[in-house]
Write a protein that binds this ligand. Sequence first.
Ligand code: NAD
Length: 245
Amino acid sequence: MRLEEKVAIITGAGSGIAKNIAFRFAKEGCAVICADIKGEEETAAKINEAGGRALAIKSDVSSLNSWEELLKKTIDEFGTVNILCNIAGISEAVDIVDLTEEQFDNMINVNLKGVFFGMKVVLPELVKNGYGKIINIASLAAHVGLTGLPSYSASKGGVISLSRQVAMDYADQNIQINVVSPGIIETPILANNPPEVTKAFTDATPIGRLGKPDEIGNMVLFLASEESDFVTGQAIKVDGGWGSK
Ligand SMILES: NC(=O)c1ccc[n+]([C@@H]2O[C@H](COP(=O)([O-])OP(=O)(O)OC[C@H]3O[C@@H](n4cnc5c(N)ncnc54)[C@H](O)[C@@H]3O)[C@@H](O)[C@H]2O)c1
């Protein structure tokens, strides 16, 4: 059991990568808060049926109030929090000339401000415990020049810079903060991109296929466990070699 007696908040747990992480963490002995704007009952119910510990909480990462409620409910149920996984995110492919201010703001509010709020609200609890792990999800799009994703790439680039900075601020308090940057992973979010964009990205992946949520879960689990205690401030690409070309 790599996360025995730990408590994790996982945002976006209703789907894709975060849902996989919730199941993986629960199997490792972790109590998991399945947070999602859709109100994620199914993931939490399955974990509880299998003998794990989980609580579903409807929450919006782009709202500070929602984060404060999420932390309160987490502490009421499990007493504390040790691990924060900021996984929730949205994606949209719109050329910059056509991109509206509202679309840009919405992307930044969910993908970047959501990570800011999460760290702002949860870090004091980690400091109190003298130990903690934060894993934020960026994207390959933050590392290389892709096409058609200006607002998404900007939001994810912000996640990397923000995380690296905060990691340095808390490095001497036994709190490790890292980023995982997935390549193209087989989840429902891909439906937001035109199929030809997904195909072009897949064809350009050196390993020659889409990644699986489990392959992101492997890295997130490592970064959440004590095995990564000497790793902080990193943005680790799990992308089938894309970002190294
Ligand atoms: N799938 C990929 O190819 C890929 C590649 C790189 C990065 N990512 C990133 O990985 C993360 C997870 O993506 P996924 O592929 O699992 O997507 P997904 O669409 O399957 O899941 C995203 C989840 O986030 C939730 N969500 C959206 N807005 C929210 C909000 N405001 N508050 C709370 N929850 C909200 C959704 O309801 C959904 O359940 C995202 O941050 C995404 O940008 C995915």
